[in-house]
Design a protein around this ligand. Structure first.
Ligand SMILES: Cc1cc2nc3c(=O)[nH]c(=O)nc-3n(C[C@H](O)[C@H](O)[C@H](O)COP(=O)(O)O)c2cc1C
Length: 208
């Protein structure tokens, strides 16, 4: 049974992710929920294990949001495998992702957990494909006496959405709601930007 879900509308946002134990999948599903909030946006939730049957669907997307757990201070081996496969299936066939929008998210056991290294890795991956990176656009929170664990962007990242899952909790309770809300924010932001780009491109193609 195919594990891919889609919602039908016009501008497609693909979410390509790996999750070894289900925590990063929760974050990916929150990103998808954020995309679905935007009228005119279509979400494609795609585990890296199924990418081989969906390269064409990725080519048809206006934006691709990349997600991976942070393992050993970097993207997981399964995500890296997908990234390397894109060299043959996307770059070598004519830089098929050039000028698409890109964004990223990661989840780990520790609060920092060296997640920034993973987000930078995702940014470089997108840049190698000639994509335009969309950042998180949320002020860093939980950094004052008034702050709390319930704050959006409680972990204080700028480059993408971060989540932290206690290592003794399963994906039913981790990551916490604040990190899922942060992920929903990123999904919505990317979908809005993708619609702006798509409409701008359409307008630019009209005769003057
Ligand atoms: C091989 C391995 C390496 C890990 N390395 C890190 C790490 O560098 N930093 C960290 O904070 N957590 C690390 N963790 C913890 C995971 O990031 C954490 O359990 C995460 O929630 C797993 O997400 P998943 O359920 O989507 O696989 C590691 C876990 C594994 C299995």
């Amino acid at each position: 049974m195919d594990n891919v879900t889609t919602t039908r509308t016009s501008t497609r946002i693909a979410i390509v992710f790996h999750s070894g134990f289900g925590h990063t999948r929760r974050q990916a599903e929150a990103i998808e929920a954020g995309v679905r909030k935007v009228e005119g946006a279509e979400a494609l939730l795609l585990p890296v294990e199924e990418v081989d049957r969906h390269w064409d669907d990725l080519e048809a997307a206006q934006a691709i949001i990349f997600g991976t757990p942070t393992y050993m201070g970097a993207a997981s081996a399964a995500f890296k495998s997908f990234a390397e496969a894109s060299s043959r299936s996307v770059m070598a066939r004519g830089y098929l992702w050039k000028d698409k929008l890109a964004a990223g998210f990661t989840n780990s056991g520790a609060r920092s957990g060296d997640k920034l290294a993973t987000l930078i890795q995702l940014t470089l991956f997108a840049a190698q494909h000639g994509m335009h990176w969309i950042n998180l656009d949320l002020p860093p929170a939980n950094s004052s006496a008034q702050g709390s664990e319930a704050d959006l962007n409680r972990l204080g990242f700028w480059l993408g959405a971060a989540a932290q899952s206690n290592t003794d909790e399963g994906p039913d309770t981790a990551p916490p709601e604040s990190d899922l809300a942060t992920a929903r924010h990123l999904g919505k932001r990317v979908a809005e930007a993708a619609l702006q780009f798509a409409r701008g491109r359409d307008a630019a193609l009209l005769p003057a």
